[in-house]
Design a protein around this ligand. Sequence first.
Ligand code: SAM
Length: 166
Amino acid sequence: MSRLDSMIRRLTAQRVCIHYGLDLISDLNGPILELGLGNGRTYDHLRENSKGREIFVFERSPAAHPSCTPDPQFLFEGDFRETLKRAASDLKSLAAFAHCDIGSGVPANDQVLAGAIGYLLDDLLIPGAVVLSDQALHVEQWEAIDLPNGISEGRYFLYRKSEERG
Ligand code: SAM
């Protein structure tokens, strides 16, 4: 497969999974968390397709085009390991959906980061919230749920937080 085909396949899967995740939270109230602004592609897509929900973005080095950069009150700038903790006291509402697009292409580093953020992220989510991630995340209260049809296992990871509190 050419690199172009591979990229198209990856981005198509990303879009399919984002729409699927948004459908899963259609009955839930709460903002969206976007981890990894990058070029702002997925942030912009979430913004266009989430029916006006607030979107809080986490990014250590915001460098997206201004049109795809959130207003400062929606941007947590810094390392996830710090900003997710800060958000736990700053956010007025817990989130219904989190999209993590945090991969660097260096699997060993990505696994360490994924291992560090799962429980910090969990603190920001309502019961029943959905997490879509490009990295496997391991949080006891989260159940892995099936990816949409046609998306290969391991390309993305989808979880739902338990409805039970505590
Ligand atoms: N979702 C983006 C898009 O569609 O354009 C792409 C995100 S890119 C794959 C990953 C982003 O995560 C990068 O912008 C990187 O700076 C950010 N990132 C990676 N590790 C981070 C960390 N520990 N804390 C904060 N941001 C981090």
